[in-house]
Design a protein around this ligand. Structure first.
Ligand code: TYD
Ligand code: MG
Length: 449
C-alpha cells in the first residue's frame, strides 16, 4: 500500500528538512520548522507531450473586470484579471471582510460571485451586508471550511470567489489541523488550480502574524499572483490598501479608503485628506511632496523636540523608518552643528500613512530643525529630497509630478534638490527653491540654532 510521506519545512523561508529542527539552518529563525505531510507519492511516468506556441500567440488576451470601486481597481492595476489569485492580508478588524463583501456586491451586478466564510456565521455576514446596503445583491454565500467540498460545489461559470480566510480551510488529503503550514499550502494549491482551470478570480483573506507578515509559510505569497496588505490605525478612519506583489500590474500602488458607518468609501483626492487638519503656522511641521505608487501624494511630517530626562534620549517615529531618523539626526549634528543629544525626538507622518521613500528626508529634517529652533516654516511651503551622509540633497524621481501636485493644492513654494535640474518655466504659480545641501536649506529658511 502506498505510504504518505513526511517531511519538515520552515514556515519563514520554506527550507525543507528530513527531520525536525529547533532552529532553521537556512534563515536562522527559531521554532519555525514544522511537520508537513506530503500525501501519496505519484507515478511520474507521463507520455504526453507539450505543445509550444509563439509568444505572439499569447499576447494581449487579458480582459480585466472592473468593480467600479475606483481605489480597489487601481491597486489591482486597472481591474481584476480572470484566473488570478489575490491574497489580502491585514490586522484583525481592519476591514478585510468588509472590503471584499463590498467589492463582491459591486461585481455581482454583472458577474457570478460567491463568498465563502470559514470564520463567521451566515447571520453575521448578512448583518454586515445590510449595513453595507448589499443585502439584496446577487452574491451567493456559504459557510464552509472543507476545501474539496467547496471546489466540488462551485460551477465552472463562477467569475469571482472570496475565501475568508485561507487559514480556516481544511484539505482532507492532509492530516494536520487547519492553519498549519501544510494545510494552508495544500488549500491554496487547490484553489489556485481551480482559478487557473475555470478562469475565476479568487480572493484569499490571510491573517497576519504579530510581526505583520501573512501567517503561514512565506511560500503562500510566492504561490499567488497578487499580494495586497490592508493597513491603517484602528483609531483612525483611514485605511490603505497596498499592493506588495502584483504579477498583473505595478506594485507599491496605494488605494485609500475611509471607514464609515456604511462601509468603506474610496478617497479620491488623498493629498487633500492628509492635509485637512493642519494648524496655522506652528513650529515642527513641514509638508512632504511624495509619490506613492503611480500618483503624487502630499503628507505632513510633524516633529516634537523636547528636553530629555533619560540617560539615552528617546527617538520615536510613527509612519517612517527609525533608522532613517538616526541617520538624519547624525547628519544634522555633524554637518549643521545642531545637537539633539540632550533632547527627546518624536517624528510622525500624519494620518496613518507609512512613508518608505527616502525623498521624505528633507521634509523630516526641516520639521526637526523647525521644532528645535521654535521657528515655524510657512504653511504654504512643501519640501522633498533625499539627504546624503555628507549633508547633500540628492535628486529624487518624478520631480515635476510632485511639484505639479503641490501647485494644484495651492502651495506657494517648494524646496527640492538642485540636482533634479528642473525646467522652471513649466511652473508659474509656485516658487521653486533648489538646494544643494541641508545647510543651504537652513540658510534660505533662516533657521538658527
Ligand atoms: P471587518 O471587515 O470584520 O475586519 P476584518 O475582516 O479585517 O477582521 O471589519 C470590522 C471593523 O469595521 C469593525 O470594527 C467595524 C468596522 N465597520 C465600520 O466601521 N463600518 C461598517 O460599515 C462595517 C461593515 C464595519
Ligand atoms: Mg474578517
Amino acid at each position: 500500500m502506498a505510504k504518505s510521506e513526511k517531511m519538515f519545512r520552515c514556515g519563514e523561508c520554506g527550507a525543507r528538512y528530513p527531520k525536525w529542527l529547533g532552529k532553521c539552518e537556512d534563515c536562522g529563525q527559531w521554532n519555525t520548522v514544522a511537520e508537513e505531510v506530503l500525501g501519496l507519492g505519484k507515478n511520474a511516468s507521463n507520455i504526453l507531450r507539450l505543445e509550444f506556441q509563439n509568444l505572439s500567440y499569447f499576447q494581449e488576451k487579458i480582459d480585466r473586470k472592473l468593480s467600479d470601486i475606483g481605489e480597489f481597481d487601481r491597486v489591482l492595476g486597472g481591474g481584476a484579471v480572470p484566473g488570478s489569485v489575490i491574497l489580502i492580508g491585514g490586522d484583525p478588524g481592519i476591514g478585510k471582510s468588509t472590503l471584499l463583501l463590498q467589492v463582491l456586491a459591486a461585481l455581482s451586478q454583472e458577474y457570478n460571485c460567491v463568498y465563502i466564510s470559514g470564520e463567521e456565521s451566515a447571520d453575521q455576514i448578512c448583518l454586515r451586508a445590510n449595513r453595507l446596503r448589499a443585502g439584496d445583491s446577487g452574491v451567493k454565500l456559504a459557510c464552509e471550511t472543507d476545501v474539496s467540498l467547496i471546489i466540488n460545489s462551485l460551477d465552472n461559470d463562477i467569475d469571482f470567489l472570496v475565501i475568508d480566510s485561507i487559514q480556516t480551510l481544511q484539505s482532507s488529503s492532509i492530516e494536520s489541523i487547519p492553519g498549519t503550514i501544510s494545510q494552508v499550502r495544500a488549500c491554496a494549491h487547490e484553489l489556485i488550480s481551480f482559478a487557473k482551470t475555470t478562469g475565476a478570480t479568487v480572493f484569499l483573506v490571510g491573517h497576519v502574524t504579530k510581526d505583520g507578515a501573512i501567517a503561514g509559510p512565506k511560500v503562500l505569497e510566492h504561490m499567488v499572483d497578487t499580494v495586497l496588505y490592508f493597513e491603517g490605525e484602528r483609531s483612525n478612519a483611514y485605511r490603505i490598501l497596498r499592493a506588495v506583489k502584483n504579477r498583473y500590474g505595478p506594485c507599491d500602488e496605494l488605494g485609500i479608503f475611509e471607514m464609515q458607518q456604511c462601509g468603506l468609501v474610496s478617497v479620491l483626492n488623498p493629498s487633500v485628506l492628509f492635509l485637512t487638519q493642519r494648524a496655522e503656522n506652528v513650529p515642527g511641521t513641514v509638508v512632504f511632496a511624495g509619490i506613492e505608487g503611480s500618483r503624487p501624494l502630499l503628507a505632513e511630517a510633524q516633529a516634537l523636540v523636547s528636553k530629555s530626562y533619560f540617560t539615552s534620549p528617546r527617538r520615536t517615529v510613527v509612519g517612517w523608518d527609525l533608522n532613517r531618523l538616526f541617520t538624519i539626526l547624525a547628519v544634522m549634528e555633524s554637518k549643521c552643528k545642531i545637537l539633539f543629544s540632550d533632547r527627546d525626538v518624536y517624528l510622525n507622518i500624519v494620518g496613518g500613512l507609512k512613508i518608505t521613500e527616502p525623498a521624505c528626508d528633507l521634509a523630516a529634517a526641516l520639521s526637526l530643525l523647525s521644532a528645535k529652533s521654535g521657528m515655524a516654516i510657512s504653511r504654504e511651503m512643501c519640501a522633498f529630497g533625499e539627504i546624503g551622509l555628507t549633508g547633500e540633497i540628492r535628486s529624487v524621481s518624478r520631480c515635476s509630478e510632485r511639484i505639479k501636485e503641490a501647485e494644484k493644492l495651492g502651495f506657494k513654494s517648494v524646496i527640492f534638490p538642485y540636482s533634479n535640474n528642473l525646467l522652471k518655466d513649466n511652473f508659474s504659480n509656485i516658487e521653486l527653491i533648489a538646494v544643494k545641501t541641508l545647510v543651504d536649506a537652513m540658510a534660505i529658511l533662516e533657521i538658527v540654532n
